[in-house]
Design a protein around this ligand. Sequence first.
Ligand code: ADP
Ligand code: MG
Length: 261
Amino acid sequence: MSFTSYPPSQHAVVARGVEKSFGHLPVLRGIDLTVEYGNVCCILGPSGSGKSTFLRCMNHLERIEKGLLQVGGETVGYREHHGKLYEMKKSEVARQRADIGMVFQGFNLFPHMTVLENIIEAPMHVKKVRKAQATSDAMNLLAKVGLTAKANAYPRTLSGGQQQRVAIARALAMKPKLMLFDEPTSALDPELVGEVLSVMRSLASEGMTMIVVTHELGFAREVSDKVVFMDNGIVVEQGSPHEFFNNTQNERAKAFLGKVL
Ligand code: ADP
Ligand code: MG
């Protein structure tokens, strides 16, 4: 492994030359990306281009092998001291992860817990928030995602759209500084996509920093500050939604838009 050291940044996320392989398969081949606080960055790209792997690296679910990755000005994946690289302490990884919310394609709720129990679990056990406080915070979040009435329901009794809204509330319960969404609506029936996107839209309007991997081009066009197109492990194009959707010169991006639209 080799890393380069850079000064700490004031950006929400900085990636410079991020590389990662699975065995002999290079999956991230030098990702460069900056995301500002309060911005929404949508990542588009064909299946297998490394989008999920890149998000997973930010959240310590995978580790980068080369380059620099910083979240909230802190280096993710290793710790540097006097020019030497060290494994990060488990406690440090846990602290960094607590600041990052992630929502996956599958809803990943704990099936044996009610909606409310799902939401208060991490604040109580990771952040040691008392039950009464965690419960009142959770009820506020359920109101925000429009599911107050489902607090005591079990996940299996909810629609996919409702489960995904609970998953968003659960991630928000940790008061994250960054929210990562990995194709949050791809597993939903088409009629349920809108309610999830609408929760994400309101989160964006409140200034949450969000990185969203999605095929929902309407959402990307309307909500993002920056659109990024990944192909084959690199960012091949990035810009404002207007630049990307109206003026992309990149052939692969054009072909992708042609297929999806
Ligand atoms: P995307 O999200 O853009 O579809 P992924 O990041 O999921 O792409 O995957 C990129 C490539 O890495 C694919 O070829 C995939 O098969 C491979 N890959 C992803 N995760 C693993 C893993 N844990 N082990 C081996 N290969 C993987
Ligand atoms: Mg993926």
